[in-house]
Each structure stands twice: as C-alpha cells, then as structure tokens.
Design a protein around this ligand. Structure first.
Ligand code: GTP
Ligand code: MG
Length: 314
C-alpha cells in the first residue's frame, strides 16, 4: 500500500551528445551519479539517479547522446537512449543552446562529424514516437537572451513540446523550477527507492565509470572512444579500506603506451584522480590498482554490453 501523499515516476533526459544531460542529472540529484566530460559520447549506458522534491521521488534516467550511429557500440547507445525515453513517464529533451545557435550560424565545429550536435534528430524521433516532451534549453549562461527566445520559439513550433525551460545545468540557474515541474508530474504511488539513495548503479560499475572519466579527461584526444574500463575485483582490505582492481582496455599497443605515458606518469595521474574521487564517493579509504591491457576487439565483446544493460544485437 502506498503512503498517502507520496508520488514517484521516471524522467528520461535525452538529447544530442554533450548537451549536458549528465550534468543536469547530477544537479537534480544533488550528488554525482553519472560521469561528465567536455567530450561527446561520454555516457555509454542509461544510468539512474534519484531526486527528492517534497513528497515526490523523481527517478532520472541519464541516457547516451542521440546521434547518427555507425559502430555497434554507437547503435547500442542510441537504442538505449530511445528505450529509456519509451519507458519513462516524462521525457526531457535537453538542448545545448549555444551549440544549437552555432549550427544555425553555420559556425559549428565538430571534432567528430558523425556526432551531430543539433536538436533535429531527437525532435524527429519524438515526432515518430508520438510522445510530448519538456524542452529544456541548457547552457544559457553562454548565449544572448534574444537569440535564446528565438531559438525557443523555433523549436517549440515543432509541436512536440508541452513546455520550455531555460536552464544552466552547470550553475543551477532555472533548475529548481524544472525540478518542481517534474515533481508535479509524478504520479501518486510509493517511492521506488529508499529516500536516502541517490544512485542504483552497482558499485563495481560506478567505480569503473569514475576511472573511465579520468581516462577521457586525460587521453581522449589521442584515443577517442577506444578505451573501456572494467572492475575486476572489489574486496575488503585492512582497516576498513576497499581494494579495487581495474583493467583499462585499449584497442592497440600504441594506445597502451599513451595511457601509460612517459615513465607511467599518465596512468599514475589517472589512478590518483580516480582514487581520490572513489574515496570521497564511497566515504572510505580506497586502494586502487590499474592495469592496461590491449584487447583489439573489446567493442565486439558481449560482456561489455550486458554489464551496462546495453543490447549487443542491434
Ligand atoms: N557552459 C555550460 N556548460 C555546461 C552546462 N551544462 C553542462 N556543461 C558542460 O558540457 C559538457 C558536457 O556535459 P555532459 O553532462 O557530460 O553532457 P552529456 O549530454 O551527458 O554528454 P554525453 O554523455 O556525451 O552525451 C561538460 O563539459 C559540462 O561541464 C551549462 O549549463 N553551461
Ligand atoms: Mg552524459
């Protein structure tokens, strides 16, 4: 039986790569549940974060960016994003307003040409699905007000949005209003998670994601998308510490050398930053051991997909 007054539901955050979806989910939750980098295609599988607003529990689903898929991993990521939207009670389409205006101006520069950063493909997907979404224009900290309003009008005229919010996921502006609105759209029913739980990612996976974030931050320019991280052991050590062993997979020997760096300096940096964050996240001492291994075909290995809930066969 549900407790009187309680409400809950799922909100999927979808959008082009780099729109700020993970930043928004972390901001709404008030804790880091999903990793953020300035690179496109950071999020690889749907991640749930739990936010509370009064008596309402909002389960946010961070999704991989929607773009024109090419490889198997791309296809699985894009499908996971749409599945996340299909299963949710509310869809938030997050748009990087600065990038969108750059596309309008013809001044967009994309490091990866197949990762189209505009709102069009998501808008079309919404049309096909017949679902209405909340449009959230993000990164308003970097755009002029009049251009923002014109952009809102243009996107809203597509007819797939019920409302528009203008926010900055980074500095929090407008996010409280959006959160209140999402809470009001939750349905009567008991909470889906304990009140104090913010994430539901298995610890091993979360730990691997934190390390992957550091790998991305440090060597993404040299080895775009070629790295994956797996937690191979997560055990108790002396004095209440956790012992975590992880393998960083790369596709070629040369990439292994890049991840290691001169005298192992790069790997040391990655390990140090990951360890610090893991200590904070798990609120305990962490001994982290990183290995780098060449596995040419990790993107074709089934277990990488199932671990993150991705479908291998798409
Ligand atoms: N200026 C500004 N930058 C932002 C804002 N929100 C997010 N960012 C930045 O945008 C970049 C991408 O953020 P993410 O949250 O990783 O974006 P994402 O949509 O999850 O990206 P993928 O997982 O790759 O699809 C990061 O460098 C963020 O710091 C914002 O409101 N303003
Ligand atoms: Mg993301």
């Amino acid at each position: 039986m549900s407790v009187v007054g309680r409400k809950s539901g799922f909100v999927a955050v979808i959008g082009a790569p780099n729109a700020g979806k993970s930043t928004l989910v972390n901001r709404l939750v008030g804790a880091k549940v999903t990793i953020v980098t300035r690179k496109v295609q950071t999020t690889r599988f749907p991640i749930r974060g739990v936010a509370m607003e009064g008596e309402a529990q909002i389960v946010l689903v961070d999704t991989p960016g929607v773009f024109a898929p090419r490889r198997r991993l791309d296809r699985a990521m894009v499908q996971a994003a749409w599945n996340g939207a299909a299963d949710a009670d509310v869809i938030v389409h997050l748009v990087d307003s600065a990038a969108e205006l750059a596309v309008e101006d013809g001044s967009a520069v994309g490091a990866d040409p197949h990762a189209v950063r505009d709102a069009q493909s998501v808008m079309e997907g919404l049309k096909v699905s017949g679902r209405m979404a909340i449009l959230a224009l993000n990164k308003i900290d970097g755009v002029k007000r009049d251009r923002l309003l014109a952009l809102a009008e243009r996107l809203f005229s597509s007819g797939v949005y019920e409302e528009v919010f203008m926010i900055s996921a980074e500095n929090g502006s407008g996010v409280d209003d959006l959160k209140k609105r999402l809470a009001s759209k939750m349905q009567p029913g008991d909470w889906l998670y304990p009140e104090d739980q913010t994430a539901d990612l298995p610890l091993r996976l979360l730990a691997a994601e934190i390390t992957r974030e550091k790998v991305y931050l440090r060597v993404h320019d040299e080895i775009p998308y070629a790295a994956a991280v797996e937690t191979t052991a997560f055990t108790e050590a002396k004095g209440g510490a956790a012992r975590i062993e992880q393998t960083i997979y790369v596709e070629r020997e040369g990439q292994r050398a890049i991840v290691l760096g001169k005298n192992g300096q790069t790997l040391k940096w990655i390990g140090q930053h990951a360890r610090e964050e893991l200590c904070e996240l798990f609120d305990r001492k962490v001994h982290l051991f990183l290995h780098v291994q060449v596995r040419e075909n990790w993107q074709e290995m089934r277990e990488f997909y199932s671990a993150g809930g991705l479908d291998f066969d798409v």
